[in-house]
Design a protein. Structure first.
Length: 359
């Protein structure tokens, strides 16, 4: 007997997802900043013909598209569960976070590397460098505002973890993505300004190309980090150690529970946790009493870990209590003449010369 999970309505879920709300605010702030910056950078490229400026413009366009994808993922994740997707669409946020990492690598990193190498091989002088410095300065202010917003929202939920630990452990994809994107953008702007400045001072356009290559390498590293993290989330990560301990304690505190035989958890989405457990209950309980105990355990788990929305608890007996006479073991019997014999066992009846279906 396993418990039946209680699903909440999408509207109820949305109201209880503070992490998602923080991420959405950071994404919108980053989107507005990147759109303004992209327009300024492309205007700067048109005036200065700076390779670093073009690379940064493409970078901002890619970032703007990424923020749109993150918002799309957040919206689609709220779709109600249905027969085809009985556990809902929470993992949509992980999927679009993974796509964002790929877009950052393909449009951002590879284009910047290509443009930088081309500029090194065919250097061109930078026209009107004062425009380049002015636009890059504006971009730094806008990116600084976006990064400050992402940092402020992260500080509300990261507890005592460092920012790197938060990026590695966070179950919400939006904030880690925006944090790394904005941090990379600020460093990229410094590299672009450095490349343009050295090109102007030395009158050697190749330094502008070197700046673009450095931006491409930086974006490539950030993209790889995001791909690794989003892939891990997409495959399915367990609850945090603290949450697992809280779930185990919620089960074991029940007087009718003897022990937790094993416990498994997996995030179906950033704020939706699947919990499966085999639990040994007092053996003298009736089926109805076990069902009532399971209901109490589920309520206790959800009180301590609100994200545990889908819970399956299977009553079982620990192998230490399976000694002869304690629990009567028995073997089932399937008649070899039964038409369903092969499908159930995977073997042909004895005496048949055919090979086994499954090795």
């Amino acid at each position: 007997m396993a418990s039946s999970p209680r699903h909440q309505k999408p509207d109820e879920i949305a109201e209880e997802e503070p992490g998602h709300g923080h991420g959405t605010r950071a994404v919108i702030a980053a989107l507005l900043a990147n759109l303004a910056i992209a327009v300024a950078k492309f205007a700067g490229f048109a005036i200065t013909r700076s390779s670093s400026m073009l690379a940064e413009g493409v970078h901002s366009v890619a970032d703007s598209g990424n923020q749109c994808l993150l918002l799309l993922g957040g919206r689609r994740a709220k779709k109600a569960a249905n027969e085809e997707h009985p556990f809902g669409y929470g993992s949509e946020r992980y999927f679009w976070g993974f796509v964002v990492a790929l877009v950052l690598f393909s449009l951002g990193s590879l284009f910047a590397l290509y443009e930088g190498i081309h500029k090194i091989q065919h250097p061109e002088p930078i026209d009107s460098p004062q425009w380049a410095f002015g636009i890059l300065g504006f971009a730094m202010l806008a990116e600084g505002f976006s990064f400050r917003t992402a940092k402020k929202e992260t500080d509300k939920i990261k507890d005592d973890a460092s920012y790197w630990q938060f990026i590695r452990r966070a179950k919400q994809p939006e904030l880690p993505v925006v944090l790394l994107e904005d941090f990379g953008a600020l460093i990229g702007l410094v590299l672009a300004m450095t490349g343009v400045g050295i090109s102007v001072v030395t009158d050697d356009g190749r330094w502008d190309g070197y700046g673009s290559v450095a931006i491409g390498l930086l974006l490539g590293v950030i993209a790889i980090v995001l791909v690794v993290e989003m892939k891990s989330l997409l495959i399915g990560e367990s609850a945090t150690k603290k949450e697992v301990e809280a779930i185990r304690a919620a089960i074991e505190i029940e007087p009718d529970v003897i022990r937790v035989i094993h416990l498994r958890t997996q995030h179906l989405g950033p704020e939706e946790l699947l919990v499966g457990a085999k639990v040994e209950f007092l053996h003298e309980l009736t089926v109805a009493e076990v069902a009532g105990t399971i209901d109490r355990v589920e309520r206790t788990i959800r009180a301590g870990v609100p994200s545990a929305r889908v819970i399956y608890i299977e009553p079982d007996v620990h192998k230490a209590h399976r000694a002869p006479g304690f629990v009567q073991e028995h073997e089932g019997h399937i008649n070899p003449d039964d038409p369903a014999y092969v499908g159930i066992t995977g073997h042909l009846p004895e005496g048949d010369d055919g090979d086994e279906i499954w090795s």
